[in-house]
Design a protein around this ligand. Structure first.
Ligand SMILES: Nc1ncnc2c1ncn2[C@@H]1O[C@H](COP(=O)(O)OP(=O)(O)OP(=O)(O)O)[C@@H](O)[C@H]1O
Length: 253
């Protein structure tokens, strides 16, 4: 049984007074427990759209999206939301921590929506997770007093505190220097391995992509296997205005 499966997925969005815009097409991806998948793609290639789908935030326009072999499109939105809360953890480039709340208060947030022991033991679970990411001495620190690497560790603790089976990381080292980024990735890899969770990392950085076990690139909404992620040129994965965009929308305009 696979954890997550996309089969021939297309995502189109309506354009006022125009043909629908195709953002993803023919995407096939299977993620198994313990998998470490990396996806590179330049600005506008459809990464956020794909991430939203992997995180069950958006549904395919056509094609199949299955979680635990259950067609996500047949689920009521409440069930999808609960599944996302309990089984999927998100890590972003900008750590998205609540300012004015301590590290522990930030890490506890996902457990506020849990039930049973996870809810009753939430403070302890949050503290244990922060200890696991090396922040035992900063439990009461506010985000503003933490370094970038420490803030990302709080965000990792928050993402993992419910023991999700799938972790989605969107440019997790994008706001960190090289060395801090590597140590954050080391930690993430370690914890993911310990828990046999699956990790999908979306990144512009070939060095981060190379850490995965299976590599893909997203070009104009099409996902293809990448055999040698270290050989991906900057031009392909580059971000920002110098790299240009990658969509039909840009081409059409
Ligand atoms: N609802 C929408 N309506 C119109 N265009 C959209 C919509 N959603 C996405 N797009 C376009 O589809 C393309 C892919 O979007 P997406 O946000 O997935 O790209 P991305 O690879 O995450 O880009 P970036 O790295 O710059 O964030 C972009 O050109 C975007 O403008």
């Amino acid at each position: 049984m696979s954890l997550l499966q996309l089969e021939d997925v297309t995502r189109t969005v309506p354009i006022p007074d125009g043909d629908p815009l195709t953002i993803l097409s023919g995407v096939d991806l299977t993620v198994e427990p313990g998998d470490r998948v990396s996806i590179v793609g330049r600005s506008g290639s459809g990464k956020s759209t794909l991430l939203n789908m992997l995180g069950l935030l958006d549904l395919p326009t056509t094609g199949a999206l299955r979680f635990d072999d259950v067609d996500v499109r047949t689920m009521r939105s409440g069930r999808r939301d609960r599944l996302r809360g309990s089984d999927i953890g998100f890590i972003f480039q900008q750590f998205n921590l609540l300012e004015g709340r301590t590290a522990t208060e930030n890490a506890v947030v996902p457990l506020i929506y849990a039930s049973g022991p996870s809810f009753w033991r939430r403070e302890r679970l949050a503290r244990e997770m922060l200890e696991r990411v090396g922040l035992a001495h900063r439990l009461d620190a506010l985000p503003g007093s933490l370094s970038g690497g420490e803030q990302q560790r709080v965000a990792i603790a928050r993402a993992l505190v419910r023991s999700p089976r799938l972790i989605l990381a969107d440019e997790p080292t994008g706001a960190l220097d090289l060395e801090t980024g590597q140590s954050v990735m080391d930690l993430l890899d370690e914890i993911v391995r310990e828990r046999d969770a699956a990790l999908v990392v979306i990144t512009h950085d070939p060095a981060i992509a190379a850490r995965g076990d299976r590599h893909f690139r997203l070009v104009r909404g099409t996902l293809t296997p990448e055999l040698d992620p270290t050989a991906v040129s900057y031009e392909l994965v580059g971000s920002g205005s110098d790299a240009g965009s990658d969509t039909d929308a840009e081409e059409a305009s």
